[in-house]
Design a protein around this ligand. Structure first.
Ligand SMILES: *[C@@H]1O[C@H](CO)[C@@H](O)[C@H](O)[C@H]1NC(C)=O
Ligand SMILES: *[C@@H]1O[C@H](CO)[C@@H](O)[C@H](O)[C@H]1NC(C)=O
Ligand SMILES: *[C@@H]1O[C@H](CO)[C@@H](O)[C@H](O)[C@H]1NC(C)=O
Ligand SMILES: *[C@@H]1O[C@H](CO)[C@@H](O)[C@H](O)[C@H]1NC(C)=O
Ligand SMILES: *[C@@H]1O[C@H](CO)[C@@H](O)[C@H](O)[C@H]1NC(C)=O
Ligand SMILES: *[C@@H]1O[C@H](CO)[C@@H](O)[C@H](O)[C@H]1NC(C)=O
Ligand SMILES: *[C@@H]1O[C@H](CO)[C@@H](O)[C@H](O)[C@H]1NC(C)=O
Ligand SMILES: *[C@@H]1O[C@H](CO)[C@@H](O)[C@H](O)[C@H]1NC(C)=O
Ligand SMILES: *[C@@H]1O[C@H](CO)[C@@H](O)[C@H](O)[C@H]1NC(C)=O
Length: 233
């Protein structure tokens, strides 16, 4: 319980110095609001009676352009993800309650590792497996932080029916964070990303977790700053 309270305090500190809480949760002033405060969770609803962890949060204090759909896809390109193979879509949407007053909402979209080829790499990912993410946006009226909550996992390929690799949630998160931290660039935009650990935001172990794969209970907060944009051509 102390961890819950500590996290809540940490998440709200930047806000509490700026004015009343409803002002503080406005976009750009707070990294995110802890979903658990309003009955939400860092675990999503995978649609099969189980959950997947929302194990990466893109801070609401990131450059605003990164928090739009198009802008996030650009950042994702810089860390090796691309939209699904030629628009193909495997599996149903998952939903999450981010405690922002919107209740359960379906994922906004899904991206896959692109193996160095933004246009076609995700087709290879579907065959061979690789990193994979689903995105949810915290923008309800109770917590309109604009933060993006990502469910990241390392998937097996088509032959294994796209199941999650052993430790695939924690490993998927750590792979993404490793690629993201520091300076990255894609399509003429350079990003400077810093990470903070959010420890103990969900239960450790495999209870309720999809495919019975255990998680370490932690998420990582990424603060993404656009440091230089050059117009191509
Ligand atoms: C952040 O808080 C300050 C002070 O309360 C306010 O003036 C500003 O408009 C807020 N910014 C956003 C993006 O909500
Ligand atoms: C959270 O759940 C409690 C107990 O079920 C309920 O009283 C409260 O209205 C809920 N709050 C929100 C924001 O849904
Ligand atoms: C989520 O997607 C499913 C399947 O496309 C759809 O049936 C359901 O209504 C959607 N839920 C919400 C809250 O939009
Ligand atoms: C909140 O985010 C969802 C998902 O990205 C989007 O469909 C919706 O339009 C947004 N709502 C507002 C009020 O911006
Ligand atoms: C994948 O699914 C097919 C059809 O449901 C099944 O026959 C096969 O055994 C599965 N493969 C693995 C590795 O689970
Ligand atoms: C690259 O940037 C241009 C101009 O900002 C944009 O129109 C285009 O969609 C971007 N391409 C990709 C693959 O993100
Ligand atoms: C990137 O962010 C770090 C940490 O805030 C900072 O020390 C560094 O100067 C930044 N680099 C650039 C190129 O902006
Ligand atoms: C987060 O935790 C991991 C694993 O415990 C550790 O290796 C890493 O240095 C931590 N990162 C930060 C930014 O504190
Ligand atoms: C969950 O973890 C326990 C302990 O490691 C293991 O015995 C059990 O098989 C796992 N559950 C599933 C569904 O894999």
């Amino acid at each position: 319980m102390w961890r819950t309270n500590l996290l809540l305090v940490l998440a709200l500190i930047p806000a509490s110095f700026c004015g009343p809480v409803n002002t503080l949760q406005k976009r750009g002033n707070v990294s995110f609001a802890d979903p658990r405060t309003n009955n939400g969770s860092f675990l999503d609803n995978a649609g099969d009676g189980f959950s997947e962890p929302l194990n990466v949060v893109i801070s609401g204090t990131s450059s605003p352009a990164v928090l739009t759909d198009e802008g996030f896809i650009g950042f994702a390109g810089a860390v090796g993800f691309a939209p699904e193979c030629l628009g193909a879509h495997l599996g149903g949407p998952q939903s999450a309650d981010l405690g922002d007053g919107n209740g359960f909402q379906n994922q906004t979209f899904e991206l896959r590792e692109d193996f160095g080829n933004f246009a076609l790499g995700t087709c290879i990912e579907q065959l061979l497996g690789g990193n994979h993410l689903r995105l949810f946006r915290q923008n309800g009226s109770l917590a309109d932080t604009g933060a993006l909550f990502l469910a990241v996992s390392l998937e097996m390929g088509l032959l294994e029916n796209h199941t999650i690799a052993e430790n695939g949630y924690d490993v998927g998160r750590d792979n993404l964070v490793k690629k993201a931290v520091g300076l990255t660039s894609f399509n003429g935009t350079t990003y400077n990303t810093t990470a903070q650990n959010l420890t103990g935001v969900m239960p450790t172990g495999n209870a309720t977790i999809n495919h019975g794969i255990a998680v370490d209970g932690n998420a990582v907060l990424l603060i993404v700053e656009i440091v230089d944009t050059t117009q191509p051509g």
